[in-house]
Write a protein that binds this ligand. Structure first.
Ligand code: NDP
Length: 248
């Protein structure tokens, strides 16, 4: 088993949902956690919760779309704690709509955050991990990175991109640099993700979905991330496909 007590983790999109819950779980397992997002008030609240439970956290204001912001955040974390052992590339958004509604700004935003943001963070942490000859990168894909759903064309494209990139990254940095890469593919999780949908038809569809099943909690995904991070050093849990029992 890999002991992650004392290890240093960076979680992007830690101000809510899966990211916040995962940061808490990593901290409970003894990791020092850099909690990154744009809403620093939420991050300060999370830090208080982590510290009240005996953990350690560093608030990092970060816009993953901006490479300079990401690099500054990573520098701050390494400056404070001396290494980066675990990265959870989690920041993302999902404003659903049909393509013929031409919500082009929302498409661009999804590509910018879900794909380019994840690449920015990866580029910022990899040199440190390569120097260390160790590290574990978690990339947040989705069930939408395995199959395509109507109304999610662009979102699915971004999450398929994350899955493809994770596979390639694992092949390139696994053996050569001793860096593990895990692609996470959750089904429905109860978070703020659904609050950003602007299309009334899809808002209703998501409300109906929530009535049909018990969604996962962010903590459920946090638990699976801790499980993979704690796997023995020679084990790379390459994929985690985690669904509510009632989601087919
Ligand atoms: P939330 O909306 O609760 O969290 C999204 C997080 O992303 C927030 O912390 C937000 O922080 C952050 N974020 C958004 N834009 C940026 C940015 N430009 N820079 C930095 N951080 C940013 O949703 P979830 O917790 O559900 O989503 C987390 C990830 O999980 C996403 O990648 C999502 O696609 C994925 N996912 C979610 C599922 C679900 O059903 N909920 C299912 C499968 C995958 P802030 O606004 O403060 O910057």
């Amino acid at each position: 088993m890999t002991n992650i007590n004392g290890k240093v983790a960076l979680v992007t999109g830690a101000s809510s949902g899966i990211g916040a819950a995962t940061a808490l779980k990593l901290a409970e397992a003894g990791s020092k956690v850099g909690i990154a997002a744009r809403r620093t008030d939420k991050l300060e609240d999370l830090k208080k919760e982590i510290v009240s439970k005996g953990g350690e956290a560093l608030v990092i204001e970060m816009d993953v779309v901006d490479p300079a912001s990401v690099e500054a955040g990573v520098k701050k974390l390494v400056g404070a704690y001396g290494s980066i052992d675990i990265v959870v590339n989690n920041a993302g958004l999902m404003p659903l709509s049909d393509v013929d509604q031409f919500k082009v700004d929302e498409w661009h935003r999804m590509v910018d955050v879900n794909v380019k943001g994840l690449l920015n963070t990866t580029a910022a942490v990899l040199p440190q991990m390569i120097d260390q000859h160790s590290g574990h990168i978690f990339n947040m894909s989705s069930i939408a990175g395995r199959k395509v759903f109507q109304g999610l064309s662009v979102y699915c494209a971004t999450k398929h991109a994350v899955a493809a990139f994770s596979d390639g990254l694992r092949m390139e940095v696994g053996q050569k640099h001793n860096i593990r890469v895990t692609c996470i593919q959750p089904g429905a999780v109860a978070t703020e993700l659904y609050d950003h949908i602007t299309e009334p038809g899809y808002i209703k569809q998501m409300d109906d979905l929530a009535k049909q099943m018990t969604f996962l909690q962010g903590a459920d995904i946090g638990d699976t991330i801790v499980f993979a991070a704690q796997a023995p050093a020679h084990v790379n849990v390459a994929e985690l496909f985690v669904l509510p029992v009632e989601q087919g």
